[in-house]
Design a protein around this ligand. Structure first.
Ligand code: DX5
Ligand code: ZN
Length: 217
């Protein structure tokens, strides 16, 4: 399967967002990763609906929206309206996860679940066949630019086995500290999609960095 690269706009230059979006449109990026933080589920606040709408007007690729918010059910239809294609909620933020996933799909979006570094993969056993995507956090959510947690490889291998042993078609995405040094080992462990924030945007040539992430062996 083709490696999917989803640059995280959290690390982009917000003063020049249009330029950053156009760069991603022209690049080999597959998706736009948008990190939504509420200051409650994570100790940071990022951006919300008006900014997502503005991005959606310019972006020519799917919006991969990662919700780091409590009680995401309140806003599922709103995220659809502002342009989300993939909507990922946190396992730790959902009391009735099955209901939340069904609500996301009923809106016509792909449904993802994200796991914090401390949350075991095994907790997904009874929901895996309903998911389009599992987002494994390889840092503690809330900030870009943190270092990759090595135990992620074990979690990915376990999740890959769970998916292959079920009728699930879920993609595995990894988020946090991804760079050209760990992408191949992650792919070998079973990852399909890679979020990269600072590695892409803090580079002098982000488009070239994306192309490199896409093809590095
Ligand atoms: C962290 C976010 C990530 C973040 C990744 O809470 O979910 O998407 O932007 O940034 P890097 O690639 O810099 O670790
Ligand atoms: Zn993210």
């Amino acid at each position: 399967m083709n490696r999917i690269i989803s640059p995280s706009l959290l690390a982009a230059d917000f003063g020049n967002l249009q330029r950053e979006i156009e760069m991603l449109n022209q690049s080999e990026a597959d998706w736009f990763h948008l990190d939504i933080m509420d200051g409650v589920f994570v100790p940071n606040i990022s951006f919300g609906m008006p900014v997502i709408s503005a991005i959606n007007k310019l972006a020519k690729k799917p919006l991969d929206v990662h919700l780091m918010i409590v009680d995401p059910d309140r806003y599922i239809s709103t995220f659809k309206k502002v342009g989300a294609d993939i909507l990922t909620v946190h396992y730790e933020a959902c009391t009735h996860l099955h209901r939340t996933i069904q609500a996301i799909k009923a809106e016509g979006m792909k449904a993802g679940v994200s796991l914090n570094p401390h949350t075991p993969v095994a907790l997904l056993e009874d929901i895996i066949h309903d998911l389009d995507l599992v987002l494994i956090m390889s840092v503690n959510p809330g900030f870009g630019g943190q270092s990759f947690i090595e135990n992620t490889y074990n979690k990915v291998r376990e999740l890959r086995a769970m998916i292959n042993n079920s009728d699930s078609t879920a993609l595995i995405e990894v988020d946090g500290g991804v760079n050209d040094k760990n992408v191949v080992k992650l792919e070998d462990a079973g990852v399909n999609a890679f979020v990269a924030g600072s590695f892409v945007f803090k580079n002098d040539d982000p488009a070239k960095t994306i192309a490199n992430l896409k093809t590095v062996k």
